[in-house]
Design a protein around this ligand. Structure first.
Ligand code: DP6
Length: 361
């Protein structure tokens, strides 16, 4: 390690969007390595909306690794953080900043300590996949700081060990997490199916039904499902493999009716296995169910799907409209059916494109 001791600090900042699964991951075959029981497919959101921004820094004056989330210090002791840090440190390379006169040798990374500051611009742990954006951003920014040579797919296998869904946030556009076959998890990683420009007329609208922290975490929920649900094996072995093939085709052909049908039925089946878990897990609430009815009625009246919906481990609705005009109509319908200052109002809407609100009037 060269450079004036104690004085220097090296920093990297990165921003990573969250992703929303349209074919869900639910259930692990290995809890420590985070290996799933089925493939999953997601769409990565626009980085301007739901994202995590993380700054990682290293300095010889730091006496231990520390992390802050939304300005509050959190523990880095959890096994998952430690797995990610260990995996990244093991792959760290020499780093040189000639301007600052800093030279870090790869073996120095084992002794140097890190400070990590992370911000979510959306509610943490309210079923909006905050861990996905957070862990992906952590891994990506550390990989840049330590000059890793690995590509995004290889980095995704590290992010996976922080939180399964995080591996899909290393790419934009449509992403598949291949479950893999190896026991060491080396082939359980994310690949990009199509980039962000491939199907850019789609607009995502998120209705925040409740910004409160969810009662059952994804991690414990899926553990209970694997242990107690009779339906989960059927889903993982029979249903999802077929849906993955169909969803890849729908994305490739920009076939909205097939895409919507697959996304909605997969979300519904995920919540059905939650209900089949003992004790049952209820992530959706009455407002979530009313949103589903509203979208289903509209789709049926039009004769062809206009909007797809999907719900993760919480009551918030993620809706995907086929184009901007439909998104504007959807917002009008939501505002009409869930008026502000009523019993059924929504906490807020987060939308994929700001100008849609103006279009909606
Ligand atoms: C419902 O990735 O949060 O959002 O791997 O235990 O951290 P862990 O779980 P997590 O689970 C996400 C579940 C889901 C579906 C999905 O994103 O595919």
């Amino acid at each position: 390690m060269e450079g004036e001791p104690e004085k220097w600090i090296l920093m990297v900042t990165a921003r990573t969007p969250t992703n929303i699964a349209v074919i869900k991951y639910w259930g692990k075959r290995d809890e420590t390595l985070i290996l799933p029981i089925n493939d999953s497919i997601s769409v990565t959101l626009d980085p301007n909306h739901l994202c995590t921004t993380t700054t990682v820094s290293v300095s010889p004056s730091f006496d231990r690794d520390r992390m802050w989330l939304n300005g509050k210090e959190i523990s880095l002791q959890g096994g998952r953080f430690q797995s990610c840090l260990r995996e990244i440190r093991a792959r760290a390379q020499d780093v040189e900043d000639k301007k600052k006169g800093i030279k870090i040798k790869k073996e120095d990374w084992q002794k140097l300590h890190l400070h990590i500051a992370s911000y979510n611009n959306f509610p943490t742990a309210a079923g909006l996949a905050s861990s996905a954006a957070g862990l992906a951003c952590l891994v990506f920014s550390l990989a840049k700081l330590m000059n890793l040579k690995e590509d995004n797919s290889q980095l995704s296998a590290i992010a996976r060990q922080g939180s399964g869904s995080a591996c899909r946030s290393l790419y934009g556009g449509f992403v598949k997490w291949i479950m893999g076959k190896e026991d060491d998890g080396s082939d359980s990683l994310a690949v990009q199916l199509a980039d962000e420009k491939h199907w850019d007329e789609l607009v995502i609208i998120i209705a925040v039904v409740s910004a409160r922290q969810k009662e059952t975490s994804s991690t414990s929920g899926m553990r209970d499902t694997v242990e107690t649900s009779a339906l989960i094996q059927h889903r993982a072995m029979e249903v999802v493999p077929k849906r993955i093939v169909q969803m890849e085709k729908a994305i490739q052909n920009r076939d909205f009716p097939s895409f919507a049908r697959l996304a909605c039925t997969d979300s519904n089946q995920f919540h059905a296995v939650c209900l089949d878990t003992y004790p049952p897990i209820f992530y959706m609430n009455d407002t979530s169910h009313r949103i589903i009815s509203c979208v289903e009625k509209w789709n049926r009246a039009e004769g062809t799907p206009q909007v797809a919906y999907t719900f993760d481990a919480g009551p918030n609705a993620v809706m995907i409209a086929r184009d901007r005009k439909t998104a504007s109509l959807l917002l009008q319908r939501l505002l009409y059916n869930f008026p502000p200052q009523s019993d059924t109002n929504l906490d807020s809407y987060i939308i994929g494109d700001k100008s849609i609100l103006e279009d909606a009037g």
